[in-house]
Design a protein around this ligand. Structure first.
Ligand code: PMP
Length: 523
């Protein structure tokens, strides 16, 4: 009761109130495997089968025994957590191991920036991409100034001999160096200002909720209270890209602009070239859009877009924070689809369910060494978290087959439910152990109560409350699609536990199909 009051009064008042209304206000006190335990009024522990899986963070389940043993031994040996400005040993080993694993999946080598959360890895990628974009502009501006200095010297030499240079810009011949240089600089400055830097991301994209990550997150519910009117990201529609093969090129071309590079002096004449830049600093994409409702991106459209973006010199950031770390059976869901990126983001399960850690891996060709000097944070690269992540990587690597087998069993079971209750389950989506069960829109059902629930926007949460109380099963809707229930258990979930989940959903579907609203909300 004290915990509940503390949370409701001093931590998140409105969230606590909502959890109470939805009967989801359980303070869990213990966790193991795919179970969370709370204490009932009598003080007895009640076990709940946890299919929400830390929103995709628990491919190894809660408190994996090997990781627990490791954490205990780390404390026993007084492993340092804070040793900033030193060689961070475990961080070095983790980044080396992640590079080896990423190299096996992509054929490329990486430099890896660690973070404390998924959103922080997204921030690192966005910052790095902006830094690269600005560095290219700075290098170009220096090249322009070097060329101008040479032209000025040539003009002075020509004047000494009583002649002039012909300085041609956009078909117009200048005879004064100063006028020519001013025109080049002004034109370039105008072009750079007009091409406001921005990112490309998909409609439905979810990349986190810090200011930078939020700028890449599509849902107005999350953005509008903070970033109203922001134009930092262009959100494209995967369906439109799928329907029109030329759309990818048009999308990238919309960000293209040119800058003027003065040429060298040839026979008393200087002409100018145009060099192409792009306002997009990076494309961010999720191979399966988790929070949008577990929606796999269309592979052909994704391949075409990635090719067009990379051809324009714009890096592709593959956000595998939810899809990665063997969630779909492989280290990266994107490599299973044949997608190649320039940056890869990992988070969630990377910490093995124990550590808070995320990673932004940038290919060696793209990495700017200066970034590592400038992008730092007090808590990153701590030995304990890095050690746990390193061990988690070793354990998870062996689970690909289990993920496929369990994922297949869950999928087949839910497909059968969809066939049995076509009016209730609209779609079963996803891969491996990242499945989304999309419930049909209930706004047009006969029951007024069901319509009301659907209109409230909390349908998925009501279903979650029912499953928790009637069946002792914990599920959660996707963050940006509340009628989609995410199914993200650990790779260790047992066949019998899957049967239990399917039986509970079967009963739930029957209740919804019969529009027995009271059975749904009274427990
Ligand atoms: N990217 C993706 C694809 C995610 O699913 C999430 C979290 N749901 C994030 C980034 C943000 O991660 P975090 O919540 O750890 O900040």
């Amino acid at each position: 009761a004290a915990a509940l009051q503390g949370y409701a009064e001093f931590a998140r008042p409105q969230t606590a109130e909502l959890l109470r209304i939805l009967s989801l206000d359980k303070p869990y006190v213990r966790a193991h495997d795919d179970y969370l335990c709370y204490r009932d009024e009598a003080g007895d522990e009640v076990e709940v089968l946890d299919i929400a899986g830390g929103y995709g963070s628990l491919i190894l389940g809660h408190n994996h025994p090997e990781l627990r043993r490791l954490a205990i031994s780390q404390l026993r040996q007084e492993m340092p957590t804070h040793a900033q400005m030193s060689i961070r040993g475990e961080a070095g080993l983790l980044c080396r191991d992640l590079d080896a694993e990423l190299h096996a999946a992509t054929g490329r080598h990486f430099v890896i920036t660690l973070g404390n959360s998924g959103a922080e890895a997204v921030e690192a990628a966005a910052k790095h991409a902006r830094m690269a974009q600005l560095a290219r502009l700075d290098a170009f501006a220096e090249q322009v100034e070097r060329r101008l200095a040479r032209i000025r010297a040539a003009e002075a030499a020509a004047k000494r001999l009583g002649g002039t240079l012909e300085l041609i810009l956009d078909g117009h011949a200048h005879t004064s160096f100063d006028a020519f240089a001013a025109a080049v600089r002004a034109s370039n400055a105008r072009a750079v200002v007009a091409a406001a830097p921005r990112f490309l991301a998909a409609q439905g994209a979810f990349h986190g909720k810090t200011m930078g990550a939020l700028a890449l997150t599509h849902k107005p519910l999350f953005r509008d209270p903070f970033l109203r009117g922001g134009t930092e990201t262009n959100f494209f529609d995967w369906q439109r890209l799928s329907a029109d093969p030329a759309a990818a090129h048009a999308l990238v071309a919309a960000g293209a602009y040119t800058l003027i590079l003065p040429g060298t002096v040839v026979d008393g004449r200087v002409t100018c070239q145009h060099e192409t830049f792009n306002a997009y600093a990076a494309l961010f994409l999720e191979p399966i859009q988790g929070e949008a409702g577990v929606i796999p991106v269309p592979p052909e459209a994704a391949m075409a877009l990635v090719a067009a973006v990379r051809a324009a010199g714009v890096p592709v950031v593959v956000d595998e924070i939810q899809t990665g770390f063997y969630r779909t059976g492989a280290l990266l869901a994107s490599s299973r689809m044949g997608l190649v990126g320039d940056y890869y983001l990992l988070g969630k399960s990377l910490g093995g369910g124990l550590a808070k850690i995320a990673a932004c891996a940038v290919t060696r060709e793209h990495y700017l060494p200066r970034f590592g000097l400038l992008h730092t944070s007090t808590n990153v690269e701590d030995d304990p978290s890095c050690g746990i992540a390193r061990k988690a990587l070793v354990i998870a690597r062996q689970l690909g087959d289990a993920v496929q087998a369990r994922g297949g069993q869950l999928r087949a079971g839910f497909e059968a439910l969809r066939t049995r209750y076509p009016q209730v389950i609209r779609d079963v989506r996803g891969e491996g152990l990242m499945l989304g069960i999309a419930f049909a829109d209930m706004k047009l059902r006969q029951s007024y109560g069901l319509q009301l629930l659907a209109r409230s926007g909390y349908m998925g949460y009501v279903l979650a409350g029912h499953l928790l109380h009637e069946h002792g099963i914990r599920v959660a809707p996707a963050l940006a699609a509340s009628t989609v229930i995410r199914i993200q258990p650990s790779a260790y979930i047992k066949a019998t536990e899957i049967e239990r989940v399917l039986a509970a959903f079967d009963q739930l579907c029957r209740i919804v199909d019969n529009e027995d609203i009271y059975k749904l909300i009274e427990f």
